[in-house]
Design a protein around this ligand. Structure first.
Ligand code: MN3
Length: 204
């Protein structure tokens, strides 16, 4: 079955002023759509045609570059849209999430700083992630291009519970080269209910 573009969980203008309407329209309607279309074209008529996205992503190292890049692109963007919520509708961190953040990073501010640093130091295009490692502890990582921590090729593997897209297409219309400003604005949009829910599903 072919993959399809999921609808955004909010309107294109819902993340204003932190992420502008035009960026959302192009990012979701053009970029994400292209990952879906290119993934479908890449698996058509191959043994991977009926495989789940999770399964394709997990074997990124042994599939074609087209499936790795576009499958990663589809997974990452679906995850990213769900990681965000309109400002003021972000919910709140579960006690478990804030406890694990404090345990791993010392404080929420220290966590934010380290996460921003991962986004800032990712050269070129890629993602920064908050992940749950195999030890059940939180860690921060970053991946190039459309790779993610679920991939067998990831330097640091784990289950992502939050991620931010630091490709220029995610912020250039509004922030131009000011990636740090975009990362600053990102914190007004994090859907903490969703992040807490993902943590609960990962750490039993
Ligand atoms: Mn993107």
């Amino acid at each position: 079955m072919a993959f399809t573009l999921p609808a955004l969980p909010y309107a294109h203008d819902a993340l204003e002023p932190h992420i502008d309407t035009q960026t959302m329209q192009i990012h979701h309607g053009k970029h994400h759509q292209a990952y879906v279309d290119n993934l479908n074209n890449a698996i058509k008529g191959t043994a991977h045609e009926n495989e789940s996205l999770e399964s394709l992503v997990a074997k990124a190292g042994s599939i074609s570059a087209a499936v790795r890049n576009n499958g990663g692109g589809h997974w990452n963007h679906t995850f990213f849209w769900e990681s965000l919520a309109p400002a003021g509708k972000a919910g709140s961190m579960s006690d478990k999430l804030s406890a694990l953040i404090n345990e791993a990073f010392g404080s929420f501010d220290a966590f934010k700083e380290k996460f921003n640093q991962a986004g800032m130091t990712r050269f070129g295009s890629g993602w920064a992630w908050l992940i749950v490692g195999a030890d059940g502890k939180l860690a921060i990582s970053s991946t190039p291009n459309q790779d993610n921590p679920l991939m067998d090729v990831a330097e640091v593997k784990g289950t992502p519970i939050l991620g931010v897209d630091v490709w220029e297409h995610a912020y250039y219309l509004k922030y131009q080269n000011r990636r740090a400003e975009y990362l600053g604005a990102f914190w007004s949009l994090v859907n903490w209910d969703k992040v807490s829910e993902r943590l609960a599903a990962t750490v039993k």
